[in-house]
Design a protein around this ligand. Structure first.
Ligand code: F6R
Length: 605
């Protein structure tokens, strides 16, 4: 949550910072701000609300500068307001900072500084960093940064400028991502790669407790003891286009449509001679007696789907799926015979990071499935395999979720083979079924016109229920999450068999839509009778199914998806559900790429 960016170099910093913030806005959009250094000191502009508000303010005039920092905020401490926006300055306007993270001991630090006469302007935890820095500052900004860092508890990625040292931009990282980009015209810091792609694909990933000192033509790295640190320059393979809308009205639609390619790329990443494949080969599943899959939100839903796949294919005695936010505080029974699988697009989700650290501290082996190279989870887990989704900008995940599913299928199939549960023929067949997914995903996307039309008639529902059994129930969870988070329509997912135990009371005639997912062939008659039960209580029904028997009438509509091995069908049904949610939200005029109250990378608890 929150995105930070900074620039020092030959060009005007202002457009570089604003363009960068546009690429980071998915991390929070409660307010935005910029500070640049000029010969008169710092010029700061901040604006509550979307970045477009700040841009409007900037058009009224703002100085050019070769050095500046910017911020886009997801509010944690202090309401969204101009004053609580970043950058924050100390009282003497000597030091300006932008911060992503949470300072857990800010109250103590604030009280201490107030007792020394410091007057705070905002309600944020972040201001304490600027004030503390000015309090300690005695002419040496590096010394100050080290002192401040030693006092801060919590998480922080910081961009810092000091008016006495105008040719220096400082970055500090602890538990929140920070990337340093090196370009031909200057150097940059940013919370995420897309903000840098226009200028460079050469980056350093800052590690925890490291400081980067950027000049326009040099970068040096230090630890908190001021010892110099050697770092490796990495090359990003994501293209600049991948972080642009490319003619689509929203990133979400672009990302939905990209899924055949993402599936293909991710499948290719599991073929022989790839790093993912090599890593998976290294893991001897026979050493483990328990698998725990842990993640948050949609990534957790991918875990729920995969539990069905693992159970069916691996016949492994103990497979659990846990919400990372629960797992981290649960004192689970785990040891060195436990394989903990972490699933995360960003690799920076605070709860998933904590779950990983908890698992490691108890001796478990950790395997992560991550999209962002260089992220904390990717770096800290024992084994990491990467989804090939490219940058995902829309807050609601689509393509990264699909890529996670595919890697989880591969894991289940490969583990199953290692466990001796699959003969060669079945193994080959299952892998071929996975390989067929991209083409079949393209077929699902061909339903776009029908789904768009159906969704345009679905905007007024008070509630939408997603039901299914087995693997269809698992993907119903994701369908429901997608709808509620971008369209704000109340929705729930239920296992079909559970309806009659209470939920069916919520079926309120034709005010209710039930989306029935029926791709698990052996359970189709059961799901069908659950659907009959809601139809007879007046609900409207949208079927997502690969089974021909479903007949449609004025209350029942159907999206037919291609047939595939049952356990892999969620990869196809989810695309129909994503499109449905997208068009319902679009017809309701929602801000699809940036749903209210959300941010993409949830780096706070
Ligand atoms: C929902 C969504 C979130 C994320 C969750 C985990 O559309 O995107 O629920 O799945 O915040 O994020 P990552 O995968 O980055 O750990």
């Amino acid at each position: 949550m929150c995105g930070i960016i900074g620039y020092i170099g030959e060009e005007d910093a202002v457009p570089i910072i604003i363009e960068g913030l546009k690429k980071l806005e998915y991390r929070g959009y409660d307010s935005a701000g910029i500070a640049v250094y000029t010969e008169n000191g710092f010029d700061v502009l901040k604006q509550k609300g979307r970045l477009s508000g700040l841009e409007e303010k900037l058009s009224g005039g703002f100085p050019q500068s070769h050095q500046g920092i910017g911020h886009t905020r997801w509010a944690t401490h202090g309401e969204p307001s101009d004053i609580n926006s970043h950058p924050h300055l100390g009282t003497d306007s000597k030091i300006a900072i932008v911060h992503n993270g949470i300072i857990e001991n800010y109250k103590q630090l604030k009280e201490y500084l107030e007792s020394k006469g410091v007057v705070f302007a905002s309600q944020t935890d972040s201001e304490v960093i600027a004030q503390l820095a000015e309090y300690y500052y005695e002419g040496d900004i590096m010394d100050t940064v080290c002192k401040v860092s030693s006092r801060l508890e919590g998480s922080y990625a910081l961009g810092i400028m000091c008016s006495d040292d105008p040719n220096t931009l400082i970055a500090v990282k602890k538990d929140n991502p920070l990337i340093i980009g090196i370009s031909e015209h200057g150097n940059l810091i940013a919370s995420d790669v897309p903000a840098l792609l226009k200028h460079t694909n050469k980056v350093y990933y800052l590690d925890d407790n490291e400081i980067a000192v950027l000049k326009s033509d040099s970068i040096n790295f230090f630890d908190f003891d001021m010892d110099e640190v050697d770092k490796t320059l990495e090359t990003i393979t994501w293209s600049m286009d991948s972080a642009e809308k490319g003619g689509y009205p929203h990133f979400m639609l672009k990302e939905i449509m990209e899924q055949p390619k993402v599936l293909r790329d991710t499948i290719n990443s599991m073929m022989t001679d790839t790093e993912n494949n090599r890593i998976l080969e290294e893991i001897d599943i026979r050493k483990f007696d328990k698998i725990i899959i842990t993640a948050c939100g949609s990534a957790y839903n991918a875990g729920v789907v995969s539990k069905y796949v693992f159970e069916e294919l691996c016949r492994f005695p103990l497979i659990e799926v846990e919400l990372a936010s629960e797992f981290r505080y649960k004192n689970s029974v785990i040891n060195d015979k436990t394989l903990v699988i972490l699933v995360s697009q960003s690799g920076e989700t605070a709860d998933t990071i904590a779950a990983m650290r908890e698992a490691k501290s108890k001796g478990a082996v950790t395997l992560s499935i991550v999209n962002v190279i260089g992220s904390t989870i990717a770096k800290e887990s024992d084994y990491t395999i990467f989804t090939a989704a490219g940058p995902e900008i829309a807050v609601a995940t689509t393509k990264a979720f699909s890529a996670q599913l595919v890697l989880l299928y591969f894991l289940a199939v490969r583990f199953s083979k290692k466990l001796g549960r699959l003969d060669e023929a079945l193994y080959e067949k299952l892998e071929q079924e996975i390989v067929s997914l991209p083409d079949k995903a393209t077929e699902v996307l061909e339903h776009i016109d029908f789904i768009q039309k159906y969704a345009s008639n679905s905007v007024a529902y008070k509630s939408v229920f997603f039901i299914g059994r087995n693997i269809d129930y698992a993907i119903a969870l994701e369908g429901s999450l997608k709808l509620k988070e971008i369209s704000y329509i109340h929705s729930e997912a239920y296992a079909g068999g559970e309806l009659k135990h209470g939920t069916i009371a919520l079926i309120d005639g034709e005010n209710t839509l039930v989306v029935g997912i029926a791709c698990c062939k052996r359970l189709f008659p059961k799901t069908l009778s659950n659907i009959e039960q809601v139809l007879s209580r007046g609900a409207n029904v949208l079927f997502v199914s690969n089974i021909e028997q479903v007949t449609t009438d004025e209350k029942t509509s159907k999206i037919t998806i291609p047939d595939i091995y049952d356990l892999f069908s969620p990869s196809l049904s989810v695309i129909a559900l994503q499109l449905f949610s997208y068009y319902v939200a679009a017809n309701r005029g929602c801000d699809i790429d940036k749903p209210r109250n959300l941010a993409k990378s949830v780096t706070v608890e």
